[in-house]
Write a protein that binds this ligand. Structure first.
Ligand code: FAD
Ligand code: EPU
Length: 265
């Protein structure tokens, strides 16, 4: 186990966030120790807005035995989803294609029920192992309250492993589906971001609504509404959480949108 003081901006895709104590856990024993005091769990930091002041709790990151996988058995929650999507395709296993392009860890994808209109994480799950109250528990997906970009995990629950529901399919079919998802993502920016900032209101696209209001290019410091997609806030370089919060506020003054990101603390 490694315990170190870090700046969370180095651990989030938006590149924003202050200091914290990072606990990188590699074994069950590490996890037991790390959870003895108040904690938060970090996945790949791709849906987080972390304040410039950082967070007071321990920040737990899964590595070691929690980052190994067998696509036909248990998959560690610390494994990167993009790796799994490619590896499943290579093995001729279908079920993850809709998740192409989501830069999550498996655990973060479960917690957020990450997805696209081609499929979401919950659809690909057979079972989920969650550590809480000092023990590992196995859940069926229907017990976890999955909805659009949401789940109901037990309080303090840390997803540690999952079993996936994958089917053998011809490689060309899997590749064709992946190409379709890739094409649907073409309009998304390549700059530092945390994906879509807001949830889509039922029947609408938040990105389109922001675009139609003429808010693309709106900027506070180095935080800017992407010129490519209205629902992405990009970090042009040195954005702070304060900049991003102010920009979110200005958008929400114009449109009643619900934040998709999680704000720490
Ligand atoms: P983090 O951002 O690190 O954490 C998010 C939440 O999950 C936190 O509450 C955290 O505590 C919790 N968490 C993390 N790991 C665990 C664990 N093991 N156990 C319990 N809780 C945990 N999202 C989509 O849904 N669809 C998209 O198409 C999409 N595209 C994106 C494109 C880009 C370029 C980027 C930057 C982001 C995109 N996102 C998308 C957002 C993001 O990738 C997802 O929300 C993803 O699920 C976050 O996973 P993470 O591992 O990065 O979690
Ligand atoms: N549009 C605009 N202007 C914009 C952005 C979009 O006119 O600035 C239009 C598009 O042309 C399209 C429609 O709005 O006709 C929908 O846009 P898009 O296909 O990009 O989908 P979205 O609803 O904006 C959702 C998810 C994305 C996911 C894509 C692909 C949400 C909040 N967003 O975006 O997820 O990648 O579909 O399936 O549900 C995320 O959640 O972080 C995320 C990136």
């Amino acid at each position: 186990m490694r315990i170190e003081r870090v700046l969370l901006k180095d651990y989030t895709t938006l590149g924003v966030g202050g200091p914290a104590e990072l606990w990188t856990v590699e074994t069950q024993e590490d996890l037991l120790k790390a959870t003895e005091a108040p904690y938060r769990v970090l996945g790949n930091g791709s849906n987080l807005l972390v304040m410039d002041e950082g967070v007071p709790e321990r920040v737990i990151r899964l590595a070691g035995e929690f980052a190994t996988y067998d696509l036909r058995g248990w998959v560690g929650a610390g494994v990167l989803l993009p790796l799994l999507v490619q590896e499943a395709a290579r093995q001729g296993l279908s079920g993850l294609e809709g998740l192409l392009g989501i830069p999550a860890q498996v655990g973060g994808a479960v917690k957020m029920n990450a997805g696209t209109r081609f499929g979401e994480m919950a659809d690909a799950l057979e079972a989920v192992e969650i550590f809480h109250e000092g023990r590992f528990h196995i859940y069926l997906p229907q017990e976890l309250g999955f909805g659009y970009r949401q789940s109901r995990l037990p309080p303090g629950g840390i997803v540690t492993r999952v079993r996936l529901k994958l089917k053998e399919r011809p490689l060309e079919e899997i590749r064709r589906r992946m190409a379709e998802v890739d094409a649907a993502r073409k309009g998304q920016p390549k700059r530092k971001s945390a994906g879509c900032a807001f949830k889509n209101p039922p029947g609408h696209s938040a990105g389109r609504l922001i675009d139609e209001r003429g808010l693309k290019g709106l900027r506070v410091g180095d935080a800017m509404v992407s010129l490519e997609h209205g629902n992405f806030i990009v970090n042009l370089g040195q954005a702070t959480a304060k900049d991003v919060l102010e920009l979110l506020k200005r958008i929400q003054e114009e449109l009643p949108l619900e934040l998709e990101w999680e704000v720490w603390p």
